[in-house]
Each structure stands twice: as structure tokens, then as C-alpha cells.
Design a protein around this ligand. Structure first.
Ligand code: ZN
Length: 184
């Protein structure tokens, strides 16, 4: 009997500001690209939906340090820093999901305020392969929300890196305990 599981690839916030040279660069972010691009190839071969989320903040967003938030200015709408990193071989028809677009509210998860779960359910998706940046912030929040929404999750650990690298094993343990399958 054919496998009825429909998979989608979800790439979290692989944007210039989170990569080497960006305003909020995640250490060793360069290392994710071979894994991410292999996952994109696999998704294209299997005709899986490819979804790319992006942090997409208005100017003076509440998460910025000069507003009392925890982060330097990053991913301002339509800026170079907010663009998807060109090392990611994102197909032109990949589905873009923008988050953190309200002035006074932040969003770490790709599901937060986006109704992404409803879109995926409508497409018949039941399993997500997830990779991206940063493991201990937006990827973590996205995986948790995906599990809470009832999706099976395969987390591509080698396709993700943490802002605080020493936190990575703990985050992976937590997400594994929550039900995610951690794969290379
Ligand atoms: Zn942000």
C-alpha cells in the first residue's frame, strides 16, 4: 500500500542577517547550506511543497535593542539583510511566509500569526522536514508549534545552527522528547 504521508519542507529564516556577515549572524551558519540544498533537491524530486519562512520586521520593531528588545536591528522589510541568503537554492515557486510583521509584536515560530498550519493541512501535509536558523530560537519555536498542530516533524540537525552553540544539544534533546525525529 502506498505511503499516504504527504511531506513538506519548511526552511526557517535562512536570511542574510542570520548568516555570516549579517547583523545577527548565527555561528557556523555556512555549514547548513549543503544539507539545506540537498533537502530542496529531495523535495523537488518528490514534488513536496517547499515553504520558506522569513523574519520580516517593520522599522523600529519592538524586538530591536533601541526599542528595549533583545536583538540588534535585523530583517527589516525589503532590506538586503531580510533577503533569503543566495546560497540557499530556493526555487522561484517556493511558498514564502512572512512573520514578525507587526510593530509591537514579535514572532519566532513560522506558525505564529501566519495560519501556515491551515495552509499545510489544506495541501494534505502531515509531515514536515524542518531546517534553518536559528536552532535555539525560531527553529525551536517552529518545531514546537508544528508538533502542537499535529504534524510529524523530522528536524535536520545538520541543516540548523544555534545562536548559542553550547545550547544546541539541550535544544535537540528537548525537541526529541517533545516528539520530533532528529535526523542528520
Ligand atoms: Zn526577528
Amino acid at each position: 500500500m502506498a505511503d499516504q504521508t504527504q511531506t513538506a519542507l519548511l526552511l526557517v529564516d535562512i536570511q542574510n542577517d542570520f548568516c555570516t556577515g549579517g547583523s545577527l549572524a548565527v555561528p557556523d551558519s555556512e555549514e547548513i547550506f549543503p544539507v539545506v540544498n540537498a533537502a530542496i533537491s529531495e523535495a523537488r524530486e518528490n514534488d513536496w511543497p517547499i515553504v520558506a519562512s522569513r523574519d520580516w520586521h517593520p522599522v523600529d520593531h519592538c524586538s530591536f535593542e533601541h526599542r528595549g528588545g533583545p536583538w540588534p536591528v535585523h530583517c527589516v522589510q525589503d532590506s538586503h539583510g531580510a533577503s533569503f541568503n543566495p546560497k540557499m537554492e530556493l526555487p522561484a515557486d517556493a511558498i514564502r511566509v512572512s512573520k514578525g510583521t507587526a510593530f509591537e509584536q514579535d514572532a519566532y515560530s513560522a506558525f505564529d500569526g501566519t495560519q501556515l498550519d491551515r495552509f499545510l493541512v489544506r495541501r494534505g501535509v502531515s509531515r514536515l522536514k524542518i531546517a534553518g536558523l536559528a536552532l535555539d530560537v525560531c527553529v525551536q519555536a517552529t518545531v514546537k508549534d508544528a508538533l502542537d498542530a499535529g504534524f510529524k516533524v523530522d528536524l535536520l540537525a545538520e541543516g540548523s545552527r544555534a545562536v548559542e552553540d553550547d545550547k544546541a544539544p539541550k535544544v535537540l534533546d528537548e525537541l526529541s522528547s517533545a516528539g520530533a525525529r532528529i535526523i542528520g
